[in-house]
Design a protein around this ligand. Structure first.
Ligand SMILES: Cc1cc2nc3c(=O)[nH]c(=O)nc-3n(C[C@H](O)[C@H](O)[C@H](O)COP(=O)(O)OP(=O)(O)OC[C@H]3O[C@@H](n4cnc5c(N)ncnc54)[C@H](O)[C@@H]3O)c2cc1C
Length: 471
């Protein structure tokens, strides 16, 4: 089996992409600025709680519990709003934090929010029970019933909490792995109903909002900060963009068994701002496909005419996409993602691809501006037959003076120290690896191995750029 073969280089400097469409705007804010913003608002919330007598209530255990219930409700809701903003696909989040990281933080904020709101329910139930002894199950049930059915705003609060718990349970990795993505996603959307019910509950019953119009207006403003970007960038902007470009499939090209490229075009494609390395959600506008959006990375540098996506048939959707007829209209959401030249910090670059993770790296290999000899691609695939774009990659390597290594075969065949993705293997193949930006995309296992090796070698964190194909 062929383990590592190196394609040749030539000195030709031909530019491969015919025209360059405009680049998406770059945001000069940093993740640190966003952190300060989130922390600043958290401090204002604490100040509001203190101003409304939160600390004064620590005069008795039951009062203290109501105060804790109040604080956990505020922060639980705040965390849920931060989680929503993170998934809004607003470019000032997506382009600064990255969609991978935004989705990881969204998950953390979501789980933390459910813990806080659960704590709010428990602390408030006990705190308002006005009992000094441990209540019986019957008394607790009675109190929940009275609160839910008789208290104005109570029903929404209870249903909202139940929905949040449901969303959290199905999002636990073990539960999620047992469900179809669409089933999980459908249930996950109940979080929005929970947020709406929670909003009404807070404005009707929230101690901080009933008598303080400034606090109420600020809280509504906080909801707007999360939901306006969500509505704008998840719905309005994609709709306007698709009305403008009216994307459709121009051709479908079989790359190898099980892998096909969709060439998508439309109106005014030269005006679509996009970078190589970004991805789009693709929704096919036919009876079967309009309700599902699946993420795919560009597999070629944008040329102002086509967007090319290359799809491996892994499940129902990817198989259907490969059989799509030219002329079919598609709805594209994006471009998203920061595995692009915009995050580059060094002159030299190493692209590390695994399997179908080659797609965004193929596009970067084509267009990243580099001097001859400064770019290398390491492409890991289970076998020679599973390599995609071999000819294209070899040609790009020749034209751009880049090094390309195909690393094929089963991982088990490498003895422990001989693994080319181990620190020793990477160091031997790329002795200047610490001076490079590394762009990495592949299977979760392969990415974890390479990430660890790069850390062991001492490649700084900010030089490692990733795209994960699994959320
Ligand atoms: C940012 C990104 C870029 C990607 N780029 C490419 C690419 O260029 N080429 C390629 O072949 N694949 C790519 N993928 C993977 C591709 O999106 C999935 O393989 C595809 O959605 C699987 O759908 P399915 O119905 O065929 O398979 P299923 O059997 O339904 O799912 C297979 C896996 O894909 C995940 N998945 C399914 N639907 C979605 C969805 N809508 N959003 C996120 N994950 C989903 C599931 O959780 C599961 O782990 C990318 C994924 C991401 C997140």
């Amino acid at each position: 089996m062929n383990r590592m073969t190196t394609a040749s280089r030539t000195d030709s400097a031909r530019q491969l992409a015919p025209t360059s469409p405009p680049l998406p705007r770059r945001w000069s804010i940093s993740p640190g600025d966003l952190n300060w913003g989130v922390l600043g608002i958290a401090l204002v919330i604490a100040a509001m709680w203190v101003r409304h007598g939160g600390l004064d209530r620590f005069d008795s255990p039951l009062n203290a519990l109501t105060a804790i219930g109040q604080l956990t409700a505020l922060y639980g809701t705040y965390l849920a709003l931060v989680g929503i903003l993170l998934m809004s696909r607003a470019p000032f989040i997506d382009q600064v934090v990255g969609s991978d990281e935004a989705s990881r933080l969204h998950r953390l904020a979501g789980f933390a929010s459910v813990w806080f709101i659960g704590a709010h329910a428990i602390a408030s139930t006990i705190g308002y029970s006005e009992t000094t002894k441990i209540p019986t199950i019957g008394e607790v049930w009675n109190q929940i019933y009275t609160f839910t059915i008789l208290e104005s705003g109570g029903l929404g609060g209870t249903i909202g909490l139940a929905l949040m718990i449901l969303v959290a349970v199905v999002s636990i990795r073990a539960a999620r792995a047992r469900m179809a993505y669409e089933t999980w996603y459908g249930i996950h959307l109940y979080a929005y109903i929970a947020m709406a019910l929670g909003f009404l509950h807070q404005l009707t019953l929230g101690t901080d909002f009933i008598d303080d119009s400034l606090a109420r207006a600020s809280w509504i403003g906080l909801y707007a900060i999360a939901f306006v970007p969500l509505i704008t960038f998840r719905f309005l902007e994609p709709i306007l963009r698709n009305l403008r470009h009216r994307f459709y499939i121009d051709k479908v090209v079989i790359e190898r068994d099980g892998v096909a490229s969709l060439w998508i075009t439309g109106n005014a494609m030269e005006k679509l701002p996009v970078r190589a390395g970004q991805w789009f959600g693709i929704r096919v506008l036919n009876a079967k496909g309009w309700w599902r959006s699946n993420p795919y990375s560009l597999s070629a540098g944008p040329d102002g005419i086509h967007l090319r996506f290359t799809i491996e048939a892994l499940g129902d959707r990817s198989r259907d996409l490969q059989r799509i007829k030219p002329g079919t209209r598609v709805f594209l959401e994006g471009p998203y993602g920061i595995l692009t030249g915009a995050v580059r910090t060094r002159e030299k670059v190493l692209l590390v691809a695994g399997g179908i993770g080659i797609t965004p790296l193929r596009a970067l290999f084509e267009v990243l501006p580099v001097r001859r000899g400064d770019m290398a691609l390491l492409y890991r695939a289970p076998s020679n037959a599973s390599v995609v774009f071999k000819k294209e990659l070899t040609r790009i390597a020749e034209v751009r003076g880049a090094k390309i290594d195909f690393l094929t075969g089963s991982r088990d065949q490498f003895a422990f120290n001989d693994d080319p993705l181990s620190p020793g293997g990477l160091w031997a193949a790329y002795p200047d690896v610490r001076e490079r930006d590394i762009y990495l995309c592949g299977s979760p296992r392969m990415m974890a191995t390479v990430e660890k090796s790069l850390r062991d070698i001492g490649v700084p964190h900010h030089q490692i750029h990733l795209e994960r194909f699994s959320w």
